[in-house]
Design a protein around this ligand. Structure first.
Ligand SMILES: NC(=O)c1ccc[n+]([C@@H]2O[C@H](COP(=O)([O-])OP(=O)(O)OC[C@H]3O[C@@H](n4cnc5c(N)ncnc54)[C@H](OP(=O)(O)O)[C@@H]3O)[C@@H](O)[C@H]2O)c1
Length: 199
């Protein structure tokens, strides 16, 4: 399969690339790194990316920023980052990507454990992750041409503990290789409309 990996240079993206690259042709996309660049917060940038890379069989998105901060200090502006970037960025990958994905293809997005297991400073992340999981369930029942859609919803990665560890005290960290398996299952299997938790 020809598989586009958005966020291929990131912690989850690298694990997904490692799990898929032996069997498939991967198109590795980052914001600044990778073979191609995109800003998922800009729908024009997404369309230009797809025009450059052409048709594909599967898209994996392991990209999306949210603001972490105390609820007492959050304003509309802080929520805007997660809504534009992680939520609508990934939704737009699907809405625009429909025109470029081959029949029978798939989309696999990324949410995260905070959709159902909230932490301090995570209100925006929880909101966005929950919205992504609801979107995927709804989109799956309407997608035509045999298209499928799932979302990977991992716990904090072992590899991310140096960065996020203090936010996730008491959470069971998951190795990137185990997280990547959920994406492999989504891409190579037949599931659709699923929230693939890796906890
Ligand atoms: N890591 C975890 O423990 C964990 C757990 C659950 C959920 N998640 C979620 O998984 C997603 C990826 O996390 P991660 O830890 O793998 O992130 P990461 O290591 O920071 O990597 C982010 C990746 O996304 C790309 N990127 C950043 N902003 C972008 C944009 N506007 N447009 C396109 N690409 C962009 C980066 O490209 P460049 O390198 O080129 O800048 C990089 O490839 C996030 O939404 C995160 O909330 C992460």
């Amino acid at each position: 399969m020809r598989i586009v990996v958005i966020g291929a240079t990131g912690t989850i993206g690298k694990a997904v690339v490692a799990a898929l690259e032996d069997r498939h042709e991967l198109v590795k996309v980052g914001q600044t790194g990778g073979d191609h660049q995109v800003d998922i917060a800009d729908s024009g940038s997404i369309r230009r990316l797809f025009d450059r890379i052409g048709r594909f069989d599967a898209l994996v998105s392991a990209a999306g920023k949210v603001h972490f901060g105390a609820l007492a200090e959050l304003t509309e502006k802080e929520f805007e980052l997660g809504l534009r970037n992680k939520l609508m960025g990934q939704v737009n990958l699907v809405l625009i990507g429909r025109d470029y994905v081959n029949d029978g293809g798939s989309f696999t997005l990324t949410s995260g454990v905070l959709s159902h297991d909230p932490i301090r400073y995570g209100a925006s992340a929880s909101l966005v992750n929950g919205a992504l999981e609801s979107f995927v369930k709804a989109a799956a029942i309407e997608l035509d041409r045999g298209l499928r859609i799932n979302v990977g919803s991992p716990g904090v990665l072992v590899e991310s503990l140096p960065v996020f560890g203090e936010y996730f005290r008491g959470h069971e960290p998951v190795p990137g290789a185990r997280v990547a398996n959920a994406y492999v299952k989504s891409v190579e299997g037949l599931l659709t409309g699923q929230v693939l938790q890796v906890l």
